[in-house]
Design a protein around this ligand. Structure first.
Ligand code: IMP
Ligand code: MG
Length: 233
């Protein structure tokens, strides 16, 4: 029964891209990760290989929908950099090996969130957001923009960013996010493309951070509760 149950959960992960609330994750003993994080992680939520394979498929879907266009890939730093780099790599490969091709420019935005008290936010979403551009965002006028983000939680961040970008009148905006959380937020935002829907848990790794820690991990992990983290003074 145990095996059957786990197989079901596993199939759910693979075929629905929807990781259920009772998914137990993969034991940390099955993978390697740096010693400085020993004791800080609970389990592996999504192994790196699955992320990479899923990203390849998202690249194919994106090519199918918006191939033959010029696009500007707008990577949301810092958390989006791994997913964005892998996604662009896959799109480039597809583009090189098919009749359809995308001409891509890549740009970056950095979003900084502050509480009203100006303290940076960790687990929670933002009260107030500052958007810092790479290039002048007015270059997006009339362009097809693909925003690439690591994770959509309540969706507030993405809505603020979309509102901001829309002011520059791009021809099209699509959003790709590696992860989407099942939050209880009433009007949650759904990206056009996403890798996995995950439970409402705080995850790290694959460029997703907690206080700038954990970006240097390949899989997506669940971190242990804040009070127990070894590096919190
Ligand atoms: P939202 O505004 O609630 O959708 O939150 C989205 C932003 O919060 C993302 O851009 C992330 O930077 C951050 N975030 C939300 N959940 C997580 C998480 O589980 N791990 C790391 N960062 C997260
Ligand atoms: Mg982010």
């Amino acid at each position: 029964l145990y095996a059957v149950k786990h197989r079901e959960v596993f199939l759910t992960v693979l075929f629905n891209t929807q990781i259920s609330d009772d998914w137990p994750g993969y034991s940390l003993d099955l993978f390697t990760y740096p010693q400085h994080y020993y004791g800080d992680l609970e389990y592996v939520l999504i192994p790196h290989g699955i992320i990479v394979d899923r990203t390849e498929r998202l690249a194919k879907d994106i090519m199918q929908d918006i191939g033959d266009n010029d696009i500007v890939v707008l990577c949301v730093l810092k958390g989006g950099y791994k997913f964005c780099a892998d996604l662009v790599e896959h799109i480039k490969n597809l583009s090189r090996n098919s009749e359809r091709f995308i001409s891509m420019k890549v740009d970056f935005v950095r979003l900084k969130s502050y509480h009203v008290s100006q303290q940076p936010v960790n687990d929670q979403s933002m009260q107030d957001m500052q958007i810092m551009g790479g290039d002048d965002l007015s270059k997006l006028t009339g362009k097809n923009v693909l925003i690439v983000e690591d994770i959509v939680g309540t969706g507030r961040t993405m809505k603020v960013l979309l509102n901001h970008i829309e002011k520059y009148n791009p021809k099209m905006i699509k959003v790709a996010s590696l992860l989407v959380k099942r939050t209880s937020w009433p009007d949650g935002y759904r990206p056009d493309y996403y890798g996995f829907e995950i439970p409402d848990l705080f995850v790290v790794g694959y460029a997703l951070d907690y206080n700038e820690y954990f970006r240097d991990l390949n899989p997506v992990f669940l971190k242990i509760s804040v009070e127990k983290l070894s590096f919190i003074e």
